[in-house]
Design a protein around this ligand. Structure first.
Ligand code: FES
Ligand SMILES: [Fe+2]
Length: 421
């Protein structure tokens, strides 16, 4: 691997003087009090991605999303006009959770004509209007028109559905997502509809898992077993350098080398990868999907020949990785406590046209899961040791700039919120 040039400032980090280069505290990841503030300052106040429009194929298609950190559950639905809408998942009668199956804590999805409450049978249209009250005559001057479902702000960007619980902040989704989202517009997200999804309950603060995917400094070491012996030793010797790092408001991105798909030397990879032409960088051969041959201007910003992927952190908890061989994945980190969160990893491929393509995608998906397990093991070990508080300041290197930025950003949101209160 070549050494990649650094910006004129001498380092990626020093281009952004507000970041500083000091040791960093992770008290924000072990403090229950700080977590309570993050819930209010971040998860009740920013645009949160809850899914994609393909999950809502027709009128009446819906899914629910549990957003524990905001103490809320939402219903996302496609209405009769084809619009995507969101409502709080609470019945106006006596507050029962409206849509759930066996277990009220679990998310659900399906298709309905109306939403009917399991408790006393009140019903609501796809536009949220209350359409039926059981024994309406027993109530006192009840005007159904005033008892529709409570709407949640909901906007769609490139097929990604977002909600925002802050009714006072007028920032439209696209403005919030900013430069990186604009640079991705036109990518054929809507064509990559073959989905593999993982979900895990992880014993660490949500930011620590973002950190684990926001730097690849760890990759040659933690993931060394993913490579054949010789190659693994070589990679460790080289270390890791990103092609490009950039910050834009609360969001950040890095561009990385991708010499593994296909590898320069087939001996670099395991026999199964050689046989299938697929591996942890995805299937090596780009699918024949319009738009994948002409990537949007924001992708591969350094225009490097060795480009392999762009990895975005859309604050707070939505990451996206766009891979050179023509697929993408997303990560979500949904906090459930200061030291726990639900992780979701979703891989999106072009629909396979035959069994070979299918198996290639499967190999990429299981390899990804192996990687993610290696990462999450480390997280629980990190969380418990951070909580010992025997150390409280840590050095963060230039390849870890996104981590420095994430913790600063989360801290800034909390500070702005507590300052306003
Ligand atoms: S709580 Fe929903 S109908 Fe009574
Ligand atoms: Fe990793």
């Amino acid at each position: 691997m070549a050494h990649f040039p650094k910006p004129a400032a001498g380092s990626w980090t020093q281009q952004y003087p507000e970041l500083g280069t000091d040791l960093v505290s992770f008290e924000d990841s072990i403090s229950p009090e700080h977590y309570e503030l993050e819930r209010k300052a971040i998860f009740e106040r920013t645009w949160l991605n809850v899914g994609r429009v393909e999950q809502l194929p027709k009128t009446g298609s819906y899914f629910t999303k549990e957003i524990h950190a905001a103490r809320r559950s939402v219903i996302i639905v496609r209405d009769a006009q084809g619009e995507v809408r969101a409502f709080h998942n609470i019945c106006r009668h006596r507050g029962n959770k409206l849509m759930w199956q066996e277990n009220p804590g679990e998310e659900t999805s399906g298709t309905v004509r109306q939403f009917a409450c399991k408790y006393h049978g009140w019903r609501y249209g796809l536009d949220g209007a209350c359409t039926f009250v059981q024994q309406e005559q027993e109530f006192f001057d009840l005007d159904k028109a005033n008892f529709g479902l409570l709407p949640v702000r909901c906007e769609v960007w490139e097929g990604f559905v977002f909600v925002n619980f802050d009714d006072a902040d007028p920032t439209p989704l696209r403005d919030y997502l900013g430069k990186f989202a604009a640079g991705l517009e036109g990518y054929p997200f809507g064509e990559l509809t073959q989905v593999h999804k993982y979900r895990a309950d992880v014993g660490s603060n949500w930011k620590l898992y973002v950190d684990a995917f926001a730097e690849f400094y760890h990759a040659p070491v933690l993931h060394s077993k993913q490579y054949v012996g010789d190659e693994s030793r070589k990679l460790m010797g080289y270390g890791y350098e990103g092609l490009h790092y950039e910050l834009a408001g609360p969001h950040s991105m890095q561009s990385a080398w991708g010499g593994m798909a296909p590898p320069k030397d087939l001996n670099m990879v395991k026999p199964i990868e050689r046989a299938l032409r697929s591996g942890n960088f995805g299937p090596w051969d780009r699918p024949d999907v319009p738009g994948l041959d002409q990537l949007p201007p924001g992708v591969n910003p350094s225009r490097h020949r060795a480009w392999g992927l762009d990895s975005y952190v859309f604050f707070p908890n939505f990451m996206m990785v766009v891979w050179a061989p023509g697929w993408y994945l997303t990560y979500h980190y949904w906090p459930t406590a200061y030291n726990r969160h639900t992780f979701e990893g979703t891989l999106y491929f072009a629909p396979p046209r035959n069994a070979t393509e299918r198996v290639r995608q499967e190999l990429a998906a299981v390899t990804f899961r192996e990687f993610a397990l290696q990462d999450s093991n480390t997280l629980e070990a990190t969380q418990t040791m951070l909580e010992s508080r025997v150390l409280d300041r840590f050095p963060i290197n230039d390849q870890e700039i996104l981590i420095r930025h994430l913790h600063k950003t989360a801290g800034d949101y909390v500070a702005a919120y507590t300052g306003k209160r």
